[in-house]
Design a protein. Structure first.
Length: 158
């Protein structure tokens, strides 16, 4: 019985001073030929503006006319954005002052339209979630509301 236990233990431990064989690096010849375990599945395509799976409207910029700002203010209130976001101070979510200078327009659009996907796939959104410990809920903002919402945010220093 002791001999069998010794053989099993020896089979699990490599020659590298007690390092388990499973944690040692494969020989270079095997690694080059692909004879080792299969490569991990590719990650979702994430560009500098967030996951490419989230389609955003092609905005030429953020509108600045009074009507768009007023409509955006209504959308901000109706969607409950002010419960988590403020201008000039942090509430539950990040302070929105300067958001359009800290983040690209496509990134902001993706975060507003699909925060659930962003938190799972985008490194910046993941960091925001880790620091604020509250995920941004999907608010159902439409593509028509989005530029107006952004107009309001930008008008307040965003």
């Amino acid at each position: 019985m002791r001999l069998l236990l010794a053989i099993l233990l020896a089979a699990q431990v490599g020659c590298g001073g007690g390092t388990p064989a499973a944690t040692t690096a494969p020989p270079k010849a095997q690694a080059a030929t692909g004879a080792t375990a299969a490569a991990p599945a590719p990650a979702a395509a994430v560009g500098p503006d967030g996951p490419l799976t989230i389609t955003v409207p092609a905005l030429a910029g953020i509108p600045d006319d009074a009507a768009s700002v007023a409509d955006g203010e209504k959308a901000f209130a109706a969607r409950g954005c002010g419960a988590c976001h403020a201008f000039g101070s942090k509430l539950v979510g990040p302070d929105l002052v300067g958001i359009t200078t800290r983040r690209s327009l496509p990134w902001i659009e993706r975060m507003i339209l699909a925060p659930d996907v962003m938190i799972k796939e985008d490194p910046v959104a993941k960091d925001l979630y880790r620091s604020h410990m509250t995920p941004m809920p999907k608010q159902g903002v439409t593509n028509e509301e989005l530029p107006k919402l952004l107009a309001f945010v930008k008008s307040k220093g965003g």
